[in-house]
Write a protein that binds this ligand. Structure first.
Ligand code: NAI
Length: 462
């Protein structure tokens, strides 16, 4: 039996970051992970492998779409799928090994196996029992299935199976036009798969600023992805060489079927807390399956905390990381804090889509008086030079104070560009503060500045 200051259950972005920070703050830390590799869903079957495949297929798309325009003739690469998957696996291994190194460097003990919490202050891993002053549930989430759909991870797959398909399918139906559906749908569309996305709502990417979502759908349609919106999937059935998806159009309740080689179910995720023994322990849960916590990540059991996808809030790796860092500080007697108003969201398609803060719809609903500054990448020389001038930057600022309330970007490197607005918002900046900041030329960031200028006296290149 070993005794620790903190035992963290789960080594995803929330758990491993919490472990490292807690150790840096002088606590004796262990992190339990049964997967066989550190990094959780994000590194093993989520964010990182999907980005590797998005990168490879983005280059393929570039060759087909843009090389000849730049005088690069004759390039016609063929896809070696096994090699592309091996590249993706190398990327995963490099990153998970990196966390092992960081654990050693920071003296975090990796307890290998699956944990249970038999009593407050106790964690059991296999036959070994350990005690800890603090226990952190950082066990993440798992894909939530749909009634009438049985996932086999071969023909009817979740995001996990979509990363290891035996071959590039000729056709794919994606159920759900959320982040996973559009990122993985993009990967396969670029590989030549006929991708059809079936979405319950009348727009893609729920929660995204509506103007951006509309532009996004238009661009993806141009890239060859088909959308069936306002369609409630009723079920999916796998046969020998493909699957049938049954859906009903909400406008007239008419029933339809669509067939494809592979069906990707991307209808959301749910907290993964099975098998920890939370019920026996009497841990309070929320109706949607999350662990109930207070503002300091504490559950109703003394010394038991929870962070990341296992609790309420957006299911994002960086939200979990921030919570992990804040909780480490709290456990070390400091004042950890997460600003939930400034958590960016990014979709890693081409173009990327990124947002932070309020959408126009949210401001309207609140009756908040706002102004909009918009700038198209058509006016950005750098974006035009790389054939990525589709899209725009939209900044929302308070009508009276000019304080930035939100930003929404669809365009090149949007996922990186958004962070200058995040920093500005953290400092309570006005749109004019951003507009008066010198931006290097020629950069994509100039479009952000121009949008900020458009909140005031107007953009220059519009
Ligand atoms: P999601 O919640 O983003 O989207 C699910 C979509 O499925 C919704 O649009 C919903 O209306 C639709 N849907 C649900 N039931 C349906 C039905 N019966 N028929 C048709 N459509 C239906 O979920 P997703 O994409 O699976 O992602 C899960 C989580 O993972 C999200 O919280 C997401 O933010 C996170 N994630 C984030 C990434 C990023 O930040 N780049 C990448 C991948 C995942």
């Amino acid at each position: 039996m070993a005794e620790f200051d903190v035992i963290i259950i789960g080594a995803g972005p929330g758990g491993y970051v919490c472990a490292i920070r807690a150790a840096q703050l002088g606590l004796k830390v262990a992190c339990v992970e049964g997967r066989g590799a550190l990094g959780g869903t994000c590194l093993n079957v989520g964010c990182i492998p999907s980005k590797a495949l998005l990168n490879a297929t983005h280059h393929l798309h570039e060759v087909h779409e843009n090389f000849e325009k730049m005088g690069l003739m004759g390039a016609n690469p063929t896809v070696d799928w096994a090699k592309m998957l091996a590249y993706k696996d190398d990327v995963i291994n490099g990153n998970t090994k990196g966390i092992e190194f960081l654990f050693k460097k920071n003296k975090v003990t990796w307890l290998k196996g699956w944990a249970t919490i038999p009593a407050a202050g106790q964690v059991k891993v296999g036959d070994e029992a350990h005690t800890a002053k603090n226990i952190v549930i950082a066990t993440g989430s798992e894909p939530s299935s749909l009634p009438g759909v049985t996932v086999d991870e071969q023909i009817i797959v979740t995001s996990t199976g979509a990363l290891t398909l035996g071959a590039v399918p000729k056709s794919m139906v994606v159920i759900g036009a959320g982040v996973i559906g559009l990122e993985m749908g993009s990967v396969y569309a670029r590989l030549g798969t006929q991708v059809t996305v079936v979405e319950y709502l009348d727009a893609i990417t729920p929660g995204m600023d509506a103007e951006v979502a509309k532009a996004f759908q238009k661009i993806l349609t141009k890239q060859g992805i088909k959308f069936i919106l306002g369609a409630a999937v009723q079920g999916a059935e796998a046969g020998k060489s493909g699957a049938k998806v049954a859906y009903k159009l909400r406008k007239d309740d008419s029933a339809h079927e669509i067939e494809a080689d592979v069906v990707l179910v991307a209808t959301g995720r749910k907290p993964y807390v099975n098998g920890l023994g939370l019920e026996a322990l009497g841990v309070e849960m929320l109706p949607r399956g999350q662990v109930k916590t207070d503002d300091h990540f504490a559950t109703n059991i003394k010394g038991l905390y929870a962070i990341g996808d296992a609790i309420i809030g957006p299911m994002l790796a960086h939200k979990a990381e921030d919570e992990g860092m804040a909780l480490a500080e709290i456990m070390a007697g400091k004042h950890g804090h997460v600003n939930y108003g400034v958590i960016p969201g990014v979709v890693y398609t081409t173009p990327e889509v990124a947002s932070v803060g309020a959408t126009e719809e949210q401001l309207k609903e609140k009756g908040h008086a706002y102004k909009v500054g918009k700038f198209s990448f058509m006016g950005n020389a750098r974006a035009k030079a790389v054939f990525q001038a589709e899209g725009f930057v939209k900044i929302l600022a308070d009508k009276d104070t000019d304080r930035i309330l939100g930003a929404h970007i669809i365009g090149p490197m949007a996922g990186d560009l958004i962070h200058e607005v995040c920093v500005a918002m953290e400092f309570g900046a006005s749109a004019q503060d951003l507009a008066l900041t010198c931006h290097a030329h020629p950069t994509y960031s100039e479009a952000v500045r121009e949008a900020a200028l458009a909140c005031g006296d107007g953009a220059i290149h519009a």
